[in-house]
Write a protein that binds this ligand. Sequence first.
Ligand SMILES: [Zn+2]
Length: 264
Amino acid sequence: MIDVLSDAWIVSALAGLVGLMIGSFLNVCTLRWPEDESVVFPGSHCPKCGKPIRWYDNVPVLGYILLLARCRACREPISLQYPLVELATGLVWAGMFSYAGLSFEALRGALLLTILFGIALTDARFYIIPDQFSLGGLVLGLGLAFLPGGIGALDALIGAVVGFGLLESVAVLGKWMFKKDAMGGGDIKMMAMVGAFLGWEGVLLTVFMGALLGSVIFGPISYKTKKLVPFGIFLAAGAAVTYGFGADIIDWYWTNMLHLPPPQ
Ligand SMILES: [Zn+2]
């Protein structure tokens, strides 16, 4: 019993460390991909003074703390976003492997949630969902569907087509009704990715929850400020909730709203 417990702890701790490093890379991706910059060259450097960051200052979270949140070269403050993104990603990976154990499902969930996190960050900051997240994630989702515990190739493919088709229809309809782009191409590609991970039912639930969250939270702000709604954030949140609780929500809906046995 104690062996199993400690093994599980070791797996979660290692996954957490991997997550911290992926979070560090995610920081770079979310800042450079929207600007069409390479994530490899140049190496990490201070955005204020341009000095390269030494590897020991670049250790996730720890580097930030040991530097007391200031660049070693110019002493300008380092954004709190760096350690927060690293910490959040680390927690997601530790949590997934603690919940699902050392399994492909843990990997699938951790990758999906990391991609969704990246999308939320870039959409919030740049109003852009980079193709590396959406199309790269689509390829990843289709590939992972084949693995043990995956949703299966056919379900992933149907999910991707439904995700793309649904949002494309909304975009065409919105353009026709409002005479301007209501839905970005990034959202459409993103939902193809979500469909590959979560299937067509997951797409419907994600869009429903994304629209709900978006109108409740951002509707009033958007109405006042006339700002563009970064809908990708809400779709990302909706997809994350769908990944975690979608099966339960869909079961509940069939049983209590349709009064039918849930589909298998
Ligand atoms: Zn600096």
